[in-house]
Design a protein around this ligand. Structure first.
Ligand code: MRU
Length: 346
């Protein structure tokens, strides 16, 4: 078994391969994948073997470097063209999380900066992928530090989907303040929405928090109003896949409804995300592309037992948009911002 050293994604430079924890096998099995080929990388992203906005960005950057290192091309323009083609294929794997396009854009900047020889470009692409990997750890740690003061008087928080360490390289975004609280000995419990249809809350958030010794309780998504109305949580923490210039935020489907409920019950609603999740070129939520996924995710139990009568239609948007005015604040590595303060992040 390959050693991920507690991380979700790693670049095995000596063997030139992308290492991933296969999240579709959790919580039952710990399987690490070692990938070289473009098709298997795209499949891993599409099938959510690696998932969560920051994690797919880093995985794609490492994957692109692996592909570039395998190239036997000696002509610099032809090499750059081939790497850009691979980047376009990876970018198309999932449309909503802007971190994927952002990380690949960072890699393409290496090509634009140029070099005389292909081996120089290969070395620089490897270095950039390693930098993006290391930066993700540091950025998430800072999100945790910046979010912690907001939870000073909290006994428990509610979260949706998985925006924890499995959704990034380490720490995660929405769960980073929870880990920071744990490190400081603050007792903070987490209520986790199970997150239909792919159960990222039940399978992944519960798994990673339980493993870390954080008290976690799973609820059906439709029990969120119960939890909020009973005052069981003092804040809601979620991650994000893309945040438009006006603060409208795409995150796992169900987040928008949760934000409406949180407003109704007067519970603060925090979005935790790195700067790379902000898409200032997108003015508002209507411009965010929403991934539509396979009907079988909704129409069957884990692709096995059918749930629906044959011929019944299914709607399966993977994300929804929470309006900025329902968000109390954005917790980033640069600080905490109210929705009307986001221009400072530009
Ligand atoms: O479809 P997924 O599992 O990739 O969706 C993940 C989410 O919606 C997360 O909340 C988001 O990517 C932020 S992860 C730090």
């Amino acid at each position: 078994m390959y050693d991920l050293q507690g991380e979700t994604v790693r670049f095995d430079v000596p063997h030139n391969r992308l290492l991933l924890l296969d999240q579709t096998r959790l919580p039952g099995e710990t399987v690490v994948l070692a990938l070289h080929g473009l098709e298997e990388m795209v499949e891993a992203i599409r099938a959510l073997r690696v998932r969560g906005a920051p994690a797919i960005g880093v995985a794609a950057a490492v994957g692109l470097a692996v592909r570039a290192n395998e190239s036997e091309e000696t002509d610099v323009p032809a090499f750059c063209e081939a790497v850009r083609r691979d980047a376009a294929v990876l970018r198309a794997a999932r449309p909503t999380a802007v971190n994927l396009a952002w990380a690949l854009g960072e890699m393409e900047r290496v090509l634009s900066a140029g070099a005389k020889r292909v081996p120089d470009l290969q070395r620089k692409l490897t270095e950039r992928a390693l930098e993006l990997h290391a930066a993700d750890v540091e950025i998430c740690r800072k999100i945790g530090e910046n979010g912690l003061p907001l939870l000073k008087n909290c006994r428990a928080v509610l979260t949706h989907c998985n925006a924890g360490r499995l959704a990034a390289v380490r720490y995660g975004t929405a769960l980073a303040p929870v880990y920071a609280a744990k490190e400081r000995g603050q007792r903070l419990a987490v209520y986790a929405d199970e997150t239909r249809p792919l159960l990222q809350g039940a399978r992944l958030t519960a798994y990673e928090l339980h493993e870390a010794g954080v008290p976690v309780t799973v609820l059906c998504d439709n029990a969120a109003a119960y939890v909020l109305s009973k005052g069981l949580v003092q804040a809601v923490l979620v991650g994000a896949d893309r945040i438009a210039a006006n603060g409208d935020t795409a995150n796992k489907v169900g987040t928008g409804g949760l934000a409406v409920l949180a407003r109704h019950y007067g519970v603060p609603f925090y979005v935790c995300a790195p700067r790379s999740t902000f898409d200032f070129a997108c003015p508002c939520g209507e411009g965010i592309p929403i991934e539509q996924r396979d009907a079988r995710e909704v129409g069957s139990l884990w692709f096995r037992e059918p749930l629906l009568p044959e011929g019944v239609g299914v709607l399966n948007p993977a994300f929804d948009v929470t309006k900025a005015d329902l968000i109390t604040a954005f917790v980033t590595e640069k600080g905490v911002f109210a929705p009307d303060e986001l221009s400072a992040l530009r």
